[in-house]
Write a protein that binds this ligand. Structure first.
Ligand code: KIV
Length: 308
């Protein structure tokens, strides 16, 4: 199978080869190509994805980066926060995404507890994402307290994306999911964190839940791209959680979420229709059933006749 072709899973299930799907001609997104985008002021489009089907759609549409975020703990697993997801779970979800993606850069979130204990363990876990799941980079939350770790992971040839501002793994320290950087002192801290992460080798930084003005100042000061979520339009790129933008969540969205589709409503309607069809025996129809050959059917009927 060439790098630009796939078989469809439906055809595989039916035991037939499907026509290969061609991917567009656009080149593979890489860490250097994202830096080029910042230089040429082209916005970077990032979204989360956690499974083969949605990652494949994201890749076919041509977004730059797929983040296998630890937000999966909430939107895929139904947890209250991101803290419980494990390395093994993150690796499992990343593998599914990896199998779907040809063009986008695949970045995996390092889960809570996988890099906070000690740096050796952090480096070893970052390497697992590349070796065992095919990630091309990892994302780590935190500022100056992470710079030694970032240096070591980058030194082990794993690109690192930083994450500052509202860092969900710090939910207990922050006392909830609150906008960060709202005082002059906090702004200065965040700015220093961003500069330190750039200096230690991060190739991009997610800025989450910070005032637009602060995100803009940091974006202008850094050579590496900033990717905003709830950080206003002046960042070099934007990221949204797929389930938020598709309305596959069950509570009111945050202010910064724009809902691009109501997939939840489409699924509810389709499932309701399916349930009705099954209950009224409208599904499956004769045309949706397999049949014996005419010859075999006649033999079966004559056997049935003899038995009767
Ligand atoms: O886990 C996640 O999805 C993230 C993004 C919101 C940036 O960290």
């Amino acid at each position: 199978m060439s790098l630009t072709t796939f078989r469809t899973s439906g055809a595989d299930r039916a035991g037939k080869d499907a026509a290969p799907l061609e991917r567009g001609p656009s080149p593979k997104v890489t860490v250097p190509s994202l830096l080029d985008k910042k230089l040429s002021r082209q916005p970077i489009a990032v979204v989360t994805a956690y499974d083969y089907a949605s990652a494949r759609l994201v890749d076919e549409v041509g977004l730059d980066v797929i983040l296998v975020g630890d937000s999966l703990a909430m939107v895929m697993q139904g947890h209250e926060n991101t803290l419980s997801v494990t390395m093994d779970e993150m690796l499992l979800y990343t593998r599914g995404v990896r199998r779907a993606v040809r063009r986008a850069l695949v970045v995996s979130d390092m889960p809570f507890g996988s890099y906070q204990v000690d740096e050796r363990e952090g480096v070893a876990n970052a390497l697992r994402f590349v070796k065992e799941a095919g990630a091309e980079a990892v994302k780590i939350e935190g500022g100056r307290q992470r710079t030694d770790l970032v240096r070591r992971i980058v030194g082990a040839e794993v690109p690192v994306m930083g994450h500052l501002g509202l860092t969900p793994q710090s939910v207990h320290r922050m006392g909830g999911y609150k906008v960060q950087g709202k005082t002059l002192a906090a702004m200065e801290e965040l700015r220093a964190d961003a500069l330190a992460l750039e200096d230690s080798g991060c190739f991009a930084i997610v800025l989450e839940g910070v005032p637009r003005e602060l995100a803009r100042m940091i974006t202008e000061e850094l050579r590496i791209p900033t990717i905003g979520i709830g950080a206003g339009p002046d960042c070099d790129g934007q990221v949204l959680v797929l389930h938020d933008m598709m309305t596959m969540t069950f509570s009111a969205p945050a202010k910064f979420v724009r809902r691009y589709a109501d997939v939840g409503a489409v699924m509810r309607e389709a499932l309701g229709e399916y349930k009705r069809d099954v209950e009224t025996r409208q599904f499956p129809s004769d045309a949706e059933s397999y049949h014996l050959s005419k010859e075999l059917r006649e033999r079966m009927e004559s056997l049935a006749g003899r038995a009767g």
